[in-house]
Unconditional design. Structure first.
Lengths: 118, 118
């Protein structure tokens, strides 16, 4: 099965007005790296997922699968659940994980999904 | 260049509580079909883009390009601008259309973008 890519917006501010502090998006990327990645999941930082009103934001995509974007994420608290959801996504042939097997943040904080490319 | 696919959520309610009326998402799909499609753009209806709080919603994607999702669209007024933006997207090798060449709704109503799949 193709690897699932978990993109993390590193420039998300999450409403944080402090210029000199690390961006919440960068903190989320670091928190995910620290957790250790599930099998079949690759982690990539990206500058801006254009979800600026709903940061922190992440995207899951893989060849032949639906893509998903989630937002309003906490850069520390939500890292374990994001990886749990990414692991289930990586195992799902079309990317469609049964509803009850999705972590709560994936059920409630979807910003969008996009059908697979052909 | 690969064809760009413009997915339109046909189940978007856009806050409309009327059960028996056609869904605003279905009206948007019909409005886009009536306009006539630009070269290199394919139109597809899809049941739910998981952007339910920000409907009407559309997604643009193509092999090797960034994908985009736009929301809070008007099912009638915005159809011409959506197609204008889709035409520019179809012509852009990586899907990244220069900022000033994007219609205003694409500049201001992005829900998310996702990097290209490899």
């Amino acid at each position: 099965m193709p690897r699932a890519v978990l993109h993390v917006c590193t420039t998300c501010r999450r409403g944080d007005p402090v210029e000199d502090a690390p961006r919440p998006g960068a903190l989320l990327l670091a928190a995910l790296q620290a957790e250790g990645l599930p099998e079949g999941v690759e982690l990539r930082g990206v500058e801006c997922l254009s979800a600026c009103s709903n940061g922190c934001a992440v995207a899951l995509s893989a060849a032949g699968k639906w893509s998903y974007v989630y937002g309003n994420l906490d850069p520390v608290l939500h890292a374990p659940a994001i990886l749990e959801g990414a692991a289930a996504y990586a195992q799902a042939a079309d990317g469609l994980v049964p509803w009850r097997q999705r972590p709560e943040i994936f059920r409630k904080q979807s910003l969008a999904r996009i059908p697979p490319q052909e």
